[in-house]
Write a protein that binds this ligand. Structure first.
Ligand code: NCD
Length: 309
């Protein structure tokens, strides 16, 4: 039996290097299959999604991933139009959705929401963003992108810049990178450093340095992972306005980077990468979004087929 069959994907902490490498191999396989072969993988299967927060890429990439492997998807992308407005609990909504689908994808404002959903759901649950806590499929996509574009992960110098306090993709990426031998530089304004309650967990997995100055590190990096300041998570808008625009990656900064370095971003981008960077060979964030579809198709193929594909 394939080890991912019927498995929940709640935290990337549940995956070791061997698990990740198997997902990467399955993703490569998906990318190399003819479309007609791909469509056999989840033929007749249904993915259910519930999004309690806005999303473009994550939801559409799950949708198109499922379609590419022959399945279909249904769900609620705007919970304000569902029975939640009538007072239905998350537990009941999950139970109902799990009747209609073979696997569930959940995005929710609360930390712990996906873990809770997996306890009440009969079907496997995939966390597509739980509060400020984690976004594991994004991290698998990020690691896969690094591996494809740099041909390795071990030995790289990786800078992560922006909102490290509220950015859930950062936490999942750090836990995932803990499986590799990497040199990590965390760069953020003082007030947006990684949360102190997560420091212990991260330090257990990898070594990192912290700084407020991107220029200090820029010429050494192999990967620059840029994140958006998470406006919606700030308790105080004034505070957001002060920090907005703290780091902007433009062509002048790019000149200081190694020519073969890559720039990633989970997207959406606001103003932290200037659009004229998009056409450079270093910009890989749109490729990253495309890999996301294949990574999710591979995950769904593994979760929904006892013997893999
Ligand atoms: C991220 C998220 O939702 O955490 N978006 C995504 O899924 N690609 C990043 C963000 O919103 O900044």
């Amino acid at each position: 039996m394939n080890e991912f069959y019927q498995k929940d994907i709640i935290s990337i902490k549940d995956f070791d290097k061997e698990n990740l490498e198997k997902i990467f191999a399955a993703t490569d396989k998906i990318m190399n299959l003819a479309p007609s072969e791909r469509r056999e993988i989840c033929k007749g299967k249904t993915l259910g999604y519930l999004f309690y927060e806005p999303s473009t890429r994550t939801r559409l990439s799950f949708d198109s991933a499922m379609a590419s492997i022959g399945g279909n998807s249904l769900g609620i992308s705007d919970v304000s139009s569902s029975s939640t407005q009538k007072g239905e609990s998350l537990a009941d909504t999950i139970r109902i959705m799990s009747i209609y689908s073979d696997a569930l994808v959940l995005r929710h404002t609360l930390d712990g929401s996906s873990r809770f959903a997996s306890e009440v759901s009969e079907k496997p649950v995939i966390n597509a963003g739980s509060g400020t806590e984690e976004h594991p499929t994004q991290a698998i996509q990020d690691l896969f992108t690094i591996k494809k574009e740099k041909k390795k992960i071990d030995g790289l110098k990786i800078g992560i810049v922006g909102d490290l306090k509220y950015g859930r993709t950062v936490y999942s990426l750090l836990y995932g990178l803990g499986n590799y031998d990497v040199d990590v530089r965390l760069i953020s304004p003082e007030s947006l450093k990684i949360r102190s309650d997560s420091v212990y967990e991260i330090k257990k997995r990898l070594d990192y340095t912290e700084s407020t100055n991107l220029e200090e590190h820029i010429d050494e990096l192999d990967v620059l992972y840029v994140t958006r300041i998470q406006k919606e998570r700030f308790p105080d808008e004034e505070e957001y306005l002060k920090l907005k625009g703290s780091y902007v990656v433009g062509l002048d900064l790019l000149k200081q980077m190694k020519s073969d370095s890559i720039i990633l971003h989970p997207l959406p981008r606001i103003d932290e990468i200037s659009p004229d960077v998009d056409k450079t060979q270093n910009a890989k964030y749109f490729e990253q979004a495309e890999y996301g579809k294949h990574v999710r198709a591979a995950l769904l193929g593994l979760i929904l087929n006892e013997n893999g594909f």
